[in-house]
Design a protein around this ligand. Structure first.
Ligand SMILES: Nc1ncnc2c1ncn2[C@@H]1O[C@H](COP(=O)(O)OP(=O)(O)OP(=O)(O)O)[C@@H](O)[C@H]1O
Ligand SMILES: O=P(O)(O)OC[C@H]1O[C@H](OP(=O)(O)OP(=O)(O)O)[C@H](O)[C@@H]1O
Ligand SMILES: O=C(O)c1cccnc1
Length: 479
């Protein structure tokens, strides 16, 4: 995976190697500036993938031979790459956490040469997977308690997007995926109905249904829109269910899938037809370019859909082409081991970074368990719970929130997950991450979960961090 990077990282690495900067200890942090889809939060996903990458990072002889063909790389640097390993530390939020703009989510403390290389791949994994997990969490919100199935592999922007996207979709709240490779790799639950080609492969729609039920009585969802949903598909499905019943076949999970037309109207009619023949527990699943807005809209229209298949718009993160998470130098250490905070100044005030190695405290309202505010501090600050906590807005300092001691609970969000290049946490279990995400989402007020114009969650900087930032900005202007 050594070459999974942008060329400029390797050019800078060689520069650090040549100028004696390679071994300086640096701290880089990843954060997002804007939540995707107009959401009030982002689900952190891709942490496991990122740690796996860091732990196994190296250059093969073949990789190095290729770099040589590019020109510009010198023999001693290429030799150094032969034994390159990532040996740094990582602090990260648990995968599946809800996170907010500006918060460090994943901090790399490593030799400069190592920390520089990994920027690109870390961004690739964390940006993509967080984007899809966040989308899935929105579909989950819209679908309420109904099962949501991820159907997107065929429409994903490439294999990795399909496979890791399916994993992220499960984290965000999908119940299962049609993606078999994701099932094998991550233990995701896999499900499948049938395509129109199955129906078209038999002399009649009824025969196609009959054969399918014979083969899969434990899970027979029949696609009913190949010819005409209400005059052919649903009546044939009912006939096939009746035949199975008369033959003593026990149908466990059974029902229909609607894949075109007016899904509210068709599901209502189909429900009526199925119920009148006693198939009251038949599943009515629907697919066809669904997303969180359509699911919500169909529910508002009273659609009788009990299961949602969501493909294209979920796996491609429709509505937000990419999550713009970034990786910025926050600090470095001098030879004596003193931390020197670093800040990147910008024409755009929103792009001025926060200096120093930081901690993120989540402050919960004790009575409800909901998030009150997020507080970014310098890591060496300690937040005592005894005191009354006053949190002020960085840009509008008169906007203050005072939290009485005992009325809130705090949680430090970042923990050491990799030390000296070795992960300290086991490979995460997907079902456990999904359950954690569901709990995380419950810590948001409903006002912050709604799909349109959600209420933003406050993220503030501690006074100490704010002062340091101002001091560094003033110092830079002085220069
Ligand atoms: N009741 C509804 N309200 C809002 N949108 C709906 C409703 N029913 C279906 N849709 C959505 O409208 C879009 C168009 O669906 P429709 O089946 O009419 O066209 P189509 O996708 O071109 O059909 P086909 O798949 O047969 O080519 C789809 O995204 C579908 O999910
Ligand atoms: O609509 P999406 O959210 O992307 O969900 C996945 C779609 O993939 C399939 O369609 P496709 O036309 O590819 O194949 P089919 O013959 O099985 O319908 C399926 O029927 C869904 O419509
Ligand atoms: O199993 C299904 O119904 C399915 C799988 C992939 C894409 N569309 C539908």
């Amino acid at each position: 995976m050594g070459l999974l990077t942008d060329l400029y990282q390797l050019r800078m690495m060689q520069g650090y190697y040549k100028t004696g900067k390679a071994d300086d200890i640096t701290v880089f942090e990843r954060f997002y500036r804007i939540n995707p889809y107009g959401s009030a939060y982002t689900i952190v996903a891709g942490v496991d993938h990122a740690l796996d990458y860091l732990e196994n990072l190296s250059f093969t002889a073949d990789d190095i031979a290729y770099l040589k063909t590019l020109g510009g790389f010198q023999e001693d640097f290429l030799r150094y790459l032969q034994s390159f390993r990532f040996t740094g530390d990582v602090y990260a939020m648990p995968e599946g956490s809800v996170a907010f703009p500006g918060e460090p989510l994943f901090i790399v403390k490593a030799r400069r040469i190592e920390a520089q290389l990994v920027e690109t791949a870390l961004s690739t994994f964390l940006n993509h997977e967080s984007l899809i997990a966040t989308k899935a969490s929105r579909v989950r919100w819209a679908a309420k308690d109904d099962p949501v199935l991820e159907f997107g592999l065929r429409r994903a922007q490439g294999m990795d997007a399909g496979v890791f996207g399916a994993r992220a979709a499960i984290i965000g709240g999908c119940d299962a995926t049609s993606n078999v490779l994701a099932g094998k790799m991550f233990g995701a639950k896999v499900v499948g109905t049938m395509a129109h080609s199955w129906v078209m492969s038999f002399a009649s729609e009824f025969e196609a249904f009959e054969r399918f039920i014979e083969l899969y009585p434990e899970n027979a969802i029949l696609v009913v829109d190949t010819f005409d949903t209400l005059t052919s598909g649903v009546p044939n499905a009912i006939k096939a269910f009746q035949l199975a019943k008369s033959r003593g076949i026990k149908l466990l999970r059974y029902g229909i899938r609607l894949d075109s037309g007016d899904l509210a109207y068709l599901s209502g009619e189909a429900r009526r037809m199925l119920d009148s023949e006693g198939f009251t527990n038949a599943i009515i699943s629907a697919s066809n370019d669904l997303d969180e807005h359509l699911v919500q809209e169909l529910k508002t229209q009273g659609a009788k859909i009990t299961e949602w298949g969501v493909g294209t718009k979920l796996i491609t993160g429709d509505g937000c082409a990419a999550l713009g998470g970034v990786y910025k130098l926050a600090a470095e250490y001098d030879k004596a081991g003193n931390e020197i905070p670093k800040l990147k100044i910008s024409e755009n005030p929103e792009k001025v970074t926060n200096p120093g190695t930081k901690a993120v405290y989540r402050i919960y309202d004790k009575a409800t368990g909901k998030i009150k505010v997020e507080l970014i501090t310098l890591r060496q600050e300690s937040l005592s719970e005894i005191e009354t906590l006053t949190v002020a807005d960085e840009t509008h300092p008169w906007k203050k929130m005072t939290l009485r001691a005992g009325s809130y609970e705090k949680r430090e969000m970042l923990s050491l997950v990799m030390q000296g290049g070795r992960r300290l946490i086991p490979v995460a279990n997907l079902a456990a991450i999904q359950a954690y995400t569901a709990r995380e989402l419950k810590t948001l007020w409903d006002e912050s979960r709604r799909l349109v114009n959600p209420h933003p969650v406050k993220v503030d900087l501690s006074n100490v961090l704010c002062s340091l930032k101002k001091e560094l900005i003033n110092g830079m202007h002085g220069k």
